[in-house]
Ligand binder design. Sequence first.
Ligand code: DGP
Length: 125
Amino acid sequence: MAEPANVESNAAADCVFCRIGARQLEAMVVYEDPEIIAFRDINPQAPAHVLISPKRHYATLYEFQQQDPALLGRLLAAALQIGQQERLAARGFRLVLNHGVEGGQTVQHVHLHLLGGRPFNWPPG
Ligand code: DGP
């Protein structure tokens, strides 16, 4: 069984999402459970733009998968719940997880983007 999330044990002192998860930095939180925090993006790219993040510090998706694979599924489940909370389940929304330099990851703490409230193009830019 996975050990309970202990934000203090692995928080990176200079990581902005660790600080949001530990409630040391303000954010517009829309969902929280013992392991996950979701908050509105500071630079929204759509009318609804929520970031869903594990409270523990995993810099990359591979680190996250290695250390807590089950939480990956719970992160997705939280995103689906937030889609409903934001009243986007019927009209649709987009989930994005940027990984690495070419994937466009700028914050080195895993997070899922939920974007909604407007149509999105494919292929993405
Ligand atoms: P990514 O490029 O996938 O790593 O996305 C990082 C996102 O994080 C970007 O859309 C802006 C957002 N962001 C960066 N710093 C903060 C912050 O301090 N607060 C909030 N709410 N969002 C932030």
